[in-house]
Design a protein around this ligand. Structure first.
Ligand SMILES: O=C(O)CCC(=O)C(=O)O
Length: 355
């Protein structure tokens, strides 16, 4: 009988498998709970302000120079524990659920169903309160019918928007990634301007950070964020059982720019490893609002999400009456729909410069 040796990355994935969590998180980097005892991290100082983009009519960031950290064993991996206002997180959740997963952006469901121009979230919530209102009942019924239409006989059962929403796992932004060929060969759609500006603001703020005493240390990010543009991105939707297997994002033609990644909703364990699966990864608890940037060497590192942590969505996202006064609220479905979703899901929104 042959025994395949498990890689260090695989072992860590199994360790953090759902249902085995009680004591395991003690060893994870968790900046919200115990920053002082995180031996694995080192505090750094952002050398540039985190500026609110001019295009967004309210404050996105709570501080211009929020606390930031690098991981000692993973050069180039930068963390900014939630620098966002509550309103900004709600705004981003709305964008990721209502705006991003609409044509011409692609979703994992496109291969199987004819998808309507509206987002599944808006349809599943209440078609009459979507950002582009559906004017009458007949029109709404047509959209519902379209969305249930299976393609290519893969699925023969129709599904209503609410059921399909539970199967929506990702959408792609900008240059459209093809998961089969692992190339950006599915055309390009306009990248959401506000999300691009937000990502660029982060890229600028994390340019050549300093040591915590203002000294110049190698923090692993030499990239000048002024050159950053979000050319491709992915919004990942995780329910409580979803995981993302270890992988390296290496399709981009040039990989000198940071890959910037934002979390909304449930917390998760994120594993960051090395150039091969044999390097033991470091587990990091990512919470709602956390910014993670893979720069320099860490851009080539294996990473993944072995578990999403139940019951961890913050109150300002899961409270049904939150967010009603937000500036953009009137153009989206009512907040209680988002609260229902975010109580049981994590959203990850990431952006890359490819050229
Ligand atoms: O969900 C995350 O934090 C990781 C996402 C990721 O690794 C990817 O989209 O390639």
């Amino acid at each position: 009988m042959t025994h395949l040796t498990q890689t260090a990355f695989r072992k860590a994935e199994k360790k953090y498998k759902r249902g085995q969590l009680a004591h395991d998180l003690d060893n994870a980097v968790d900046l919200a709970n115990k920053p002082a005892v995180n031996q694995a991290v080192r505090a750094i100082r952002l050398a540039h302000d985190l500026e609110d983009p001019a295009t967004v009519p309210f404050r996105l960031f709570t501080h211009k120079r929020p606390p930031a950290y690098v991981l000692r064993d993973h050069p180039g991996l930068l963390l900014i524990p939630n620098p966002f206002t509550d309103e900004a997180q709600r705004w981003l959740a709305r964008k990721c659920l209502c705006d991003c997963p609409r044509p011409p952006n692609r979703t994992n469901l496109d291969a199987f169903f004819d998808t309507p121009p509206e987002s599944l979230f808006a349809l599943a919530s209440d078609a009459t309160t979507c950002s582009q209102p559906i004017s009458n009942r007949a029109e709404k019924d047509i959209l519902m019918a379209d969305v249930t239409l299976p393609k290519d006989r893969v699925y023969t059962q129709p599904g209503l928007p609410a059921a399909l929403l539970e199967r929506q796992r990702w959408c792609t932004l900008g240059m459209q990634y093809n998961w089969t060929t692992k190339e950006y060969d599915r055309g390009t759609s306009p990248f959401d301007q506000d999300i691009d500006c937000l990502m660029r603001a982060i890229a600028i703020a994390i340019t050549r950070p300093e040591g915590s005493a203002g000294d110049s240390v190698d923090t692993g990010n030499e990239y000048d964020g002024n050159s950053f543009a979000s050319e491709a991105g992915i919004v990942n939707y995780y329910d409580e059982r979803a995981t993302m297997a270890g992988h390296v994002d290496k399709t981009e033609e040039k990989m000198d720019a940071p890959l910037i990644s934002l979390s909304i909703g449930l917390s998760c364990v994120f594993l960051i490893g090395g150039m091969t699966r044999d390097t033991e990864p470091t587990p990091i608890v990512l919470r709602s609002g956390d910014v993670l940037a893979m720069c320099g060497e860490s851009r080539m590192a294996y990473h993944g999400v072995p578990v999403v942590l139940d019951g961890t969505t913050p109150e300002f996202l899961n409270n049904p009456s939150a967010g009603t006064g937000d500036v953009v609220a009137a153009t989206y479905p009512e907040w209680h729909h988002f609260a229902g979703y975010l109580t049981h899901h994590r959203i990850n929104c990431n952006a890359r410069k490819c050229s």
